[in-house]
Ligand binder design. Structure first.
Ligand code: GSH
Length: 205
């Protein structure tokens, strides 16, 4: 197994969390390099595209969250081998990335009123649309998993988004938006939190 070092921001969520969770579930050792926000300006130029997450694999670097998540999914047997199921898994991960991109574009808005307007439009528009659609996808796939009738990195990716939105840390995004728009995603997240490895991981953190 290669030597792995994941570099991401120091919080339990976002684009790095599905990678951490996949490695934790599989019991694969990795260095969890957590960057504090005040360290980021100094470290940003050293990353391939000026953003995190970044994964070092035996010293070689790859970036882009879904690329990393897929790669780690293959190492951990949490990514489908069947091409169609892999496509279903990718589709869900890319839909989550659509939303992450929308959220990311509001983070640097400095003017409080402009940020409020942008966030409220996001919550009422693309965020609601994506949450409703992801909820419907999960339902159409049996209600438990997004692909392959088993736990895959798509589930970990959606979980990380849902946990982030429900934590209420994003100003002007109502913390109950997921509960109102996508109740199946809430059940899905609650189930994942009961996974023995995930529960033990968060208990120890
Ligand atoms: N397309 C990239 C986007 C990465 C990205 O925007 N990451 C955010 C954190 S979730 C970041 O590094 N923000 C700080 C910055 O852009 O300076 C990916 O999927 O990894």
């Amino acid at each position: 197994m290669p030597k792995l070092k994941l570099t991401y921001f120091d919080f339990d969520g976002g684009r790095g969390e599905p990678v951490r969770l996949a490695l934790v579930i599989a019991g694969l050792p990795f260095e969890d390099d957590r960057v504090k926000f005040n360290e980021w300006a100094a470290r940003k130029p050293g990353t391939p595209f000026g953003a995190l997450p970044v994964l070092q694999v035996d010293g070689a670097v790859i970036s882009q969250s879904n690329t990393i998540t897929r790669y780690v999914g293959k190492l951990t047997d949490l990514y489908p081998e069947d091409p169609w199921q892999a496509a279903l898994c990718d589709e869900v991960m890319d839909a989550v990335e659509d939303l992450n991109g929308h959220i990311g574009s509001t983070i640097s808005i400095g003017d409080p009123e402009a940020k409020k307007t942008a966030r409220e439009a996001l919550a009422a528009g693309p965020m609601s649309v994506h949450l409703v659609r992801l909820n419907a996808y999960l339902e159409s796939r049996g209600g438990e998993y997004f692909a392959d009738n088993r736990l895959t990195v798509a589930d970990l990716k959606v979980y990380s988004l849902v946990a982030h939105l429900r934590s209420g840390v994003l100003d002007h995004i109502p913390a109950d938006l997921v509960d109102r728009k996508a109740p199946l995603l809430v059940k899905h997240a609650d189930r994942l939190l009961k996974h023995a490895k995930i529960a033990a991981y968060y208990k120890d953190r």
